[in-house]
Design a protein around this ligand. Structure first.
Ligand SMILES: [Cu+2]
Length: 105
């Protein structure tokens, strides 16, 4: 019973702890900014706005994420909690130009 009450008390705190947001823009088949710094050890919400008219796929093997973002739309990608380090990402549909890195510290 005690355990149940504790669990219930914790619920509002979890709901209020919204993850920090990081804004990314895709424009001319590039990510802007190309380097984003985020706090280690917590969940992060990447808000990725694709300003190009063509779709892009946000992909990162290191972050284990892959998401298609149609042209002119915005997508949310949740990452983390991350250990300190560098996590490269790229746009799979424009791999030569669309590249970036998340730096957790
Ligand atoms: Cu892919």
């Amino acid at each position: 019973m005690k355990r149940l009450i504790l669990a219930l008390l914790c619920l509002p705190a979890i709901a209020l702890a919204a993850p920090p947001e990081v804004q990314l823009v895709i424009k001319d088949h590039r990510f802007q900014p190309e380097e984003v710094r985020v706090p280690a050890g917590q969940k992060i919400k990447l808000v990725i706005q694709n300003q190009d008219s063509t779709p892009e796929e946000f992909e990162s093997h290191e972050l284990n994420r892959e998401k298609v973002i149609p042209g002119g739309t915005t997508a949310n990608v949740f990452i983390g909690p991350l250990n300190p380090g560098k996590y490269p990402f790229f746009g799979e549909f424009n791999e030569k130009t669309a590249r970036g890195v998340v730096i957790a510290e």
